[in-house]
Design a protein around this ligand. Sequence first.
Ligand code: ZN
Length: 214
Amino acid sequence: MGHIVKKTPRLDIDINTESKNIVVIQRWKYNWIVNGFADWNYKEKQKIHESFEKEMNKVWNRRTQLKVTGNSLFAKKYKNDTFRLFFDIKWVLTNEHWSVDVVKVASNNYNNRPFVNWNIRHIKLYTVDIQSMFKVGAPINVSQKNIAHEFGHAIGNSSSIAGMHADEYNTASPFNSDKVSIMNVGMELRIRHFDYILGEIDAMLTNTKFSLSL
Ligand SMILES: [Zn+2]
């Protein structure tokens, strides 16, 4: 069987039936914004891309296990297997899922708010977004790296998607008290943070349902 692949405007999904890895791929095309600093050189570009990948990887990868149930041949064949979910950010120059502004700022300048605009597939990040920072309303000792939180928006934790949930630090969020959550002001994953991805994976195969545990 090998690979079952799905392409969407914001991410691609590759189920590898041999390794039992499910890889969610996002192609990012960067727009390098100098913001009054020196021009971006290749080394700086490479370094920030690698840092984005590394910080995303630390939070989102190797943490989840997926099991499959259902009446499909696929579900029956793999019912005893455990699938693993990985995310991959690919730096591309064309054919991007996301257009990503990366803005140079001073290393102690935390005044800017990064964001993900789901509808137009645009992300805005700052060079400090790989650093730990204490967010408004965070309990003592709870910090966050913005890149890992923003990545959460880019994989479907977005208020632009009907029925989805997004920023949990909003007082209206039912998860507002869960401060250590990555979509709140901390760094911890919750099963709900995979709701959109799981829905996309489930839609790849009829009569097949994946469930995820942390
Ligand atoms: Zn947010």
